[in-house]
Ligand binder design. Structure first.
Ligand SMILES: Cc1ncc(C[n+]2csc(CCOP(=O)(O)OP(=O)(O)O)c2C)c(N)n1
Ligand SMILES: [Mg+2]
Length: 692
């Protein structure tokens, strides 16, 4: 045997050793936790190894590098695969301020604490907990959905920031996904839109292992995935053996050479591949292998049977020599390029710096409109459209769109140069999601984690179609913006299929979701200001279709009170009310009208505007007490939605005027009367709670 052959053999052995290290770390962690999925990491370890070692342009020493390739584990149940990779590649931890530390993001000790309280290795990857985890995954389909937004962000940043000789952005988005990801509707939405947009920077690697949790995948999944994706306009390639590193590498090269379409790599694998039970589809699936099976598998891998969490000599060095060195060199080269770029284009470089730090540019709130008092008023969707257009001119990286309702949502960016994001015009700032609410939500999240400020819009009732993504935005602590119009029965004739009832209450129940329902045009301005400054929370902005009065702010308190979530809008003499009226959105002016009437009757009423409960709850006790004094128990809330939750504020002696059934199809005038959103009703309840 020639000397060079020996080196090759040693290289192959080291590869196998490294791959089996990933596998056995997953097996041991799942076994120790006595829960989790070892099968998918075992099957996907070779593809992961090949991708990370040879292709991923990623420097473990700086997981915040803005042009890094993204790796998304959409089949989040395979979390141990990702943790093993982060550990072996020695990805560094990033602190809350965005600074990279010397510590490992996932030390071995944390792998030993897989799925334990306060570990950074939870059951499914959580991006706000673990550096190097790009997005939180677990609910199947979300990761592939996020990847669409990340790829959009990549194309948008390339088109907006690259200059001749300066390819500052050319990152790729690699995704591992499973049968479940492709069965979920959102997976189809994402693939359809990615194909339409010709996102050539997007590569999904599909773990085609023919099995899901209940049994063989073909119990419920027998379509021809390849043909489906070809129909979407994707480049589809197949690797017949998930252990074949050469063919995996070839497929990834094909992706890199494909400049006009996204790529799907179908990886034929067996769950628990490489284990002695590879024919038995239920072995090594969604549960620990069991001590005996662990030993058998280790024996099969040529592993010491008793060893746990073993990382053989040479494996970490192998990763250092692979992704470590390659990543370091790539980033160093980029850093030099970026230094020259910063010199030549200081303004663009500064923008990128702000984006990276999630900061707003100087003057971000200039030229925002103010609205004069007007009894007829303006729909909050209209005032919002004006504010959004002003904000977007001040914040050049604020982009977004609607799920085919931009004209109704008033979310079109109309200023010169705003443009449309389409294949071939990737610098456009108006996104067209089509009728795909769910993936709109997920891709807004994907953009938000890629340093772009993004919004998505539809009718409020259809928030139900994107709620899983909204929930993940809240969990990930990212500032996605969700704009909803047609916020109540006030939308009128479209009827109960389109009239939200319980959506406000349900989104208010979601931790960390800022639900804002501004009560007039000037509250809309303030709400957008609050939203712009959010860094760790998503926002749900809830707007009317119908015109509502613009309140006279010389007579009532300034709308800047929105920043505190709730504020006293109109007060009793000396700030000593006997009655509190509270409302949000279109019902605020009804409270004000009632207040004026009651005042004329000599009743000392106060009106509290409550556009955002979540923010109000974050105020100190003294402020809350000053707005809602506990000794004033005569309280009435008015909101055209389910009253669920209002009891917290109206108390046992108060009353809530709201919706207790689905709405109806009729002109708004008739609906308001029918459902009791009238001055008479508010006055009657006010008198009732006062006992007068
Ligand atoms: C939206 C959603 N529904 C259900 C689950 C529970 N779940 C976890 S894995 C899985 C299916 C596993 O099959 P597959 O997607 O093929 O992954 P594999 O087991 O082959 O790795 C299911 C239903 C989930 N995580 N997300
Ligand atoms: Mg499967």
């Amino acid at each position: 045997m020639a000397a060079s052959d020996q080196v090759v053999v040693a290289g192959k052995q080291l590869e196998t050793l490294s791959i089996n290290t990933i596998r056995t770390l997953a097996i041991d962690a799942v076994q120790q936790a006595n829960s989790g999925h070892p099968g998918a990491p075992m099957g996907l370890a070779p593809a992961a190894y090949c991708l990370w070692q040879e292709f991923l342009r990623y420097d473990p020493a700086d997981p915040t590098w803005m042009n890094r390739d993204r790796f998304v584990l959409s089949n989040g149940h395979a979390s141990m695969l990702l943790y093993a990779l982060l550990y072996l590649a020695e990805v560094r931890q990033v602190d809350e301020k965005g600074n990279v530390s010397k510590d490992l993001a996932v030390p071995l000790d944390q792998i030993k604490h897989f799925r334990q309280l306060e570990s950074c290795t939870p059951g499914h990857p959580e991006s706000h907990l673990t550096s190097g985890v790009e997005v939180t995954t677990g609910p199947l389909g979300q990761g592939v959905g996020n990847s669409l937004g990340m790829a959009i962000a990549g194309k948008w940043q390339a088109a907006s920031f690259n200059r001749p000789g300066f390819e500052i952005f050319d990152f790729n988005v690699y995704v591992f996904c499973s049968d479940g990801d492709l069965m979920e509707g959102i997976g189809g939405e994402a693939a359809s839109l990615a194909g339409h947009l010709k996102l050539s920077n997007l590569c999904w690697i599909y773990d085609h292992n023919s099995v899901t949790l209940d049994g063989p995948a073909d119990w419920s999944f027998s379509e021809d995935v390849a043909t489906r994706f070809i129909g979407y306009g994707w480049n589809v390639t197949r690797v017949a053996d998930a252990n074949d590193l050469e063919m995996i590498a070839r497929a990834l090269e094909t992706f890199q050479k494909t400049g006009d379409r996204p790529t799907l790599i179908i990886l034929d694998s067996h769950i628990g591949y490489g284990s002695p039970h590879k024919q038995d589809t239920n072995a090594a699936h969604g549960e620990p292998l069991g001590e005996e099976e662990v030993k058998l598998v280790k024996k099969f891998y040529g592993w010491p049977e008793e060893a746990k969490f073993l990382v053989p000599d040479g494996v970490r060095e192998n990763f250092r020599d692979g992704i470590g060195r390659r990543g370091r060199e790539l980033r160093a080269k980029w850093a030099k390029l970026f230094a020259d770029y910063s010199h030549q284009y200081p303004e663009l470089a500064e923008r990128l710096h702000h984006m990276q730090r999630h900061e707003l540019p100087a003057g971000w709130d200039k030229n925002l409109p103010t609205f004069p008092a007007d009894a007829k008023g303006v729909a909050t969707r209209d005032s919002s459209g004006k504010v959004l257009n002003a904000l977007a001119q001040n914040i050049p990286w604020l982009i977004g769109g609607s799920a085919d309702l931009a004209t109704s949502n008033k979310t079109t960016l109309k200023f010169e140069g705003a443009g449309d994001f389409q294949a071939g015009s990737y610098a456009g700032r108006n996104l067209h999601f089509g009728v795909r609410e769910h993936v709109m939500g997920a891709s807004v999240n994907g953009m938000a984690v890629s340093n772009v400020r993004a919004f998505g819009a539809t009718f409020f009732n259809f928030s139900d179609y994107m709620r899983p993504s909204m929930r993940l935005a809240a969990l990930m602590e990212i500032p996605s913006v969700f704009v909803f119009t047609h916020d109540s029965i006030g939308l009128g004739e479209d009827g109960p299929t389109h009239q939200p009832i319980e959506q406000l209450a349900s989104l208010r129940a979601m931790p960390n979701m800022m639900v804002l329902r501004p009560g007039d045009a000037n509250e809309v301005v303030e709400a957008w200001k609050v939203i712009a400054e959010l860094r760790h929370s998503p926002a749900t902005l809830v707007l009317t279709r119908q015109a509502i009065p613009t309140l006279d702010r010389t007579r009532y308190a300034a709308a800047s009170g929105v920043a505190k979530g709730a504020y006293v809008l109109a007060d009793a003499p000396g700030g000593k009310p006997e009655l509190i009226l509270m409302g949000t959105g279109s019902e605020l002016s009804l409270c004000v009208d009632a207040y004026e009437k009651l005042k004329a009757e000599g009743i000392r009423a106060r009106v509290v505007s409550m556009p955002c409960w979540e923010i109000f709850e974050r105020q100190d006790a003294a402020y809350k007490q000053s707005v809602l004094p506990s000794d004033v128990t005569a309280r009435v809330s008015v909101e055209m939605a389910a009253t669920f939750g209002w009891e917290r504020y109206v108390g046992v002696k108060g009353r809530s005027i709201g919706m207790h059934r689905f709405g109806a199809s009729a002109p708004i005038k008739d609906l308001l009367k029918y459902f009791g959103f009238t001055l008479d009703k508010v006055l009657a309840d006010a008198h009732a709670v006062l006992g007068k």
